[in-house]
Design a protein around this ligand. Sequence first.
Ligand code: HEM
Length: 275
Amino acid sequence: MWKQVSALPHIDSNVLNIREVARIIPTNNTLKPHHFTWRSPSADDERAPCPMLNTLANHGFLPHNGREITRDIFLKALTDALNFDQESVDRLFTGALSAVPKFNSSSFDLSMLHVKNFIEHDGSTSMQDVIVEPHAVYHEPTFRNFMSYIPKDANSITIPAAANAKARHFKDMSEINPRFSILQSQQTPIMLEMASTFLVFSHATQKVANRSFFEYFFRNQRLPVELGWAPPQTEILFTNGSREIAAALIKELPTDVPFLYNLGMPTKHSDTEPA
Ligand code: HEM
């Protein structure tokens, strides 16, 4: 059921070969054993509409079956895999727990995040809208459409380029999905998702995302260790960092295309400040 499309078919092995690992490890001691393991999900494994949570499960930082993710498991996964600060990870975990149907649960499953308009929304960067494809799987034409708005010769994705691509991608998706909706209340969460890729796959300044890392991550739901990526030495202050970048993304939205829609129709142009 889960289709994995690889941009680099020769590295679809579960574990990198010894020579490759030896080449990569000395360059950065933030890499952990799970950075070198990756296995695509089987039909019994649960996955989310979130490419990062799926990635962490594919590597084994989160349980590979995608079930019973407790706070301790989640905290270790996000600090080991991405070097996020603990306070931000706690906030993310609390947010995920609110999707759990059982009262007072201390864990969540990835499949519980498929709740329309809870966090899940139309116009994803790499997946089709739920009305078109109910299983949140990577979809190359959707991702290619988003990337078509990033300048072809750019090695980095800038904040203005990402904001422009997101808005134009929404317009294209609204022409495929007659019920396409993006509400004002979803604007900031959507930009926070995009901002997270700048924090994780940035160059030092975090004002641009590395294009190869970004593409590899979305295409493979895998961390781009093979391409030389590693978690940074200093922890990522995720909450503040992502808010700052999300606000910058909103400011850079183009004025000639809408960002907000209701049932396929543009509503008003988005505000330029986060909601
Ligand atoms: C418990 C924590 C998290 C939850 C509950 C969560 C949930 C989600 C959900 C439901 C979506 C789908 C949105 C859509 O419909 O397109 C999503 C997308 C996304 N998330 Fe997460 N996520 C979490 C943590 C993270 C982290 C830590 C990162 C990255 C560092 C991340 C990066 C992304 C990205 C890049 C997208 C895709 C946005 C797009 O398609 O444009 N998420 N997340």
